[in-house]
Design a protein around this ligand. Structure first.
Ligand code: ME8
Length: 518
């Protein structure tokens, strides 16, 4: 058997200056779905997430709390790890930028960029946003009515003047533009690609990549008065975790370059401009794709601590159930666009697509089998045209899902699977097996076989998005443990007549809103 093809996917690493919020949960759930999809599709997946623990923002938050930045990082990093467990994230590693392996990798990438002649010392004077950990050109900032100057992301900026190392970003303008044009899939979605290209075309200035006015960071090699700019440190995490920089023959080196970095749209510039330039400078291969998802809005409003609508993912999961929440975000939000959510919208989705949809289809068809076919998967008779048509729809669904997932259009992959549920509902209603029970029991058995077989395929295809609920559905059709990946879709894994089924238990209860009792 040939070796499985490696597939490396990452989330951004989050700032542990506070607890994780729903935006962090969203990114992790989406990336987890992509990682699970590739694993089920036979790839050797390495999925990485973690925390970005250095920088001025961390130092300032820690000071305000009267604790050491390392204590703040430790406490909140654990919260992020815990959130991963709660969300059933299947990450293979969790990186913390305070780990020695990461310090080593950062020194290595710095030295390589320096050896390439891309780092020089000068002094920096300009605007800096601590909240974004980003330098901005004066033209990107504006003074608002409150007299405060803000950057393009709406966060306050402050004037910074200090000695600093610079990276010759300006030398990479043409190389980056060539890369975007040679590799049109490097940045997604199209809006972000256009945004990045026009940013680069407007001219790149050299980038300040060290700070001297605080010390919570990774020391610059041979100049300990400087710590590396937190984004040099942060972006390098993706290579650190593979060991590629420090041990090219190590067990995980094969995963570099990454297949996909999944990040939010606010940090596209760092990932699609700075990061490839650093890598080119260090002589390292570039990631294949950077995909920026949109922002989650609470009932259409931007989440903010002052509005009090920064929803705690733990509460949401406790209230609606994990797979219900996963499903909602993955199906409801067009991946790559902003998305709004509300309790009403989550409840509506749960009832329409899950309880009345796949849940109902599975329980109706399987309970008929248990009652009318001796509790065993029935032997089908000859397939009618309708049977063949619906089986063909199911058998070809993987191809559709692959095409969508390749472009990170998660919502469209999920919609395609749910579309098959509706098609099967119509098939089931049209064939009316309950009526056939008296008139043509053999035909009833065939219809039930076909329906159960489709439930099996739907359950296999839903695993990336709702791992636990799909496993329950697969238990209901008694799919063997080794026949649950995508190679068992279609003819390869057809239900075996005679297999004993237990009476189905509900997988998706209806959601009843507590306030209204509706
Ligand atoms: O940016 N909706 O960390 P972070 C959707 N440490 N996504 C959101 C969101 C929202 N409301 N709010 C944040 C950082 N995110 C850096 C990354 S990577 C080398 C370093 C996303 O904790 C955000 O876009 O501010 C980012 O992808 C991730 O959450 C972490 O954000």
């Amino acid at each position: 058997m040939p070796d499985k093809l490696p597939y490396y996917i990452t989330t951004a690493i989050s700032y542990p200056n506070g607890k994780p919020h729903i935006g962090h949960a969203y990114e992790l759930i989406a990336t987890d779905a992509m990682a699970r999809f590739q694993r089920l599709d036979g790839r050797d997946v390495f999925f990485l997430t973690g925390t970005d623990e250095h920088g001025q923002k961390m130092q300032q938050t820690a000071r305000a709390e009267g604790i050491d930045p390392s204590e703040l990082a430790e406490r909140n990093s654990n919260e992020f790890r815990e959130m991963g467990r709660l969300l059933n994230a299947s990450n293979d590693d969790f990186i913390r930028t305070t780990e020695p392996r990461h310090h080593e990798a950062c020194r290595e990438i710095w030295n390589r960029m320096a050896d390439n002649g891309d780092i020089y010392k000068d002094s920096y004077a300009g605007w800096y946003s601590v909240r974004d950990e980003a330098f901005y050109q004066e033209g990107e900032t504006e003074v608002r009515d409150d007299g405060v100057r803000y950057g393009p992301q709406g966060t306050p900026v402050e004037w910074v003047e200090e000695e600093s190392y610079f990276f010759k970003l300006s030398a990479y303008e043409e190389k980056l533009l060539k890369h975007y044009s040679d590799k049109p899939d490097f940045i997604g979605p199209a809006e972000r690609r256009n945004e990045v290209i026009s940013f680069v075309k407007s001219g790149l200035k050299d980038l300040s990549i060290s700070r001297t006015t605080f010390d919570w960071g990774i020391k610059v090699p041979n100049d300990p008065a400087h710590v590396m700019y937190v984004w040099v440190d942060a972006l390098t995490n993706y290579v650190t975790a593979t060991g590629y920089l420090t041990d090219k023959n190590g067990p995980r080196a094969k995963y570099w370059p990454a297949d996909a970095h999944i990040i939010g749209k606010d940090i596209i510039r760092f990932h699609a401009v700075y990061w490839p330039a650093f890598l080119m400078s260090a002589g390292l291969p570039l990631p294949k794709r950077v995909f920026a998802h949109g922002f989650l809005l609470n009932k259409g409003e931007k989440m903010s601590k002052s509005l009090g609508n920064v929803v705690d993912p733990v509460n949401l999961v406790n209230h609606f159930g994990l797979d219900q929440v996963r499903y909602f975000f993955l199906r409801e939000v067009s991946f790559g666009q902003d998305g709004s959510y509300s309790e009403e919208a989550i409840g509506t989705r749960i009832n329409a697509d899950l309880a009345n949809g796949i849940g109902n289809l599975a329980s109706r068809s399987l309970s008929m089998i248990v009652k009318n076919c001796d509790g065993k998967i029935p032997e089908p008779g000859e397939f009618s045209e309708e049977d063949r048509a619906i089986l063909a729809s199911a058998d070809s669904l993987l191809e559709t899902c692959r095409e969508e997932m390749e472009k990170q259009l998660i919502h469209r992959a999920v919609a395609a699977v749910i579309g098959l549920v509706s098609e099967t509902d119509r098939y089931f209603a049209g064939q009316a097996p309950w009526a056939l029970k008296k008139t043509d029991p053999e035909r009833m058995a065939t219809v039930l076989y076909v329906t159960a077989e489709i439930v099996r395929q739907i359950a296999i295809l839903l695993q990336p998005y709702m791992p636990d609920a799909s496993a329950k559905l697969l238990d209901l059709v008694a799919a063997p443990a080794d026949k649950r990946d995508f190679s068992s879709l279609g003819e390869a894994g057809r239900l075996v007549p005679g297999t004993v089924l237990d009476a189905p238990t509900p997988v998706f209860p209806r959601y009843v809103a507590p306030e209204t009792g509706a």
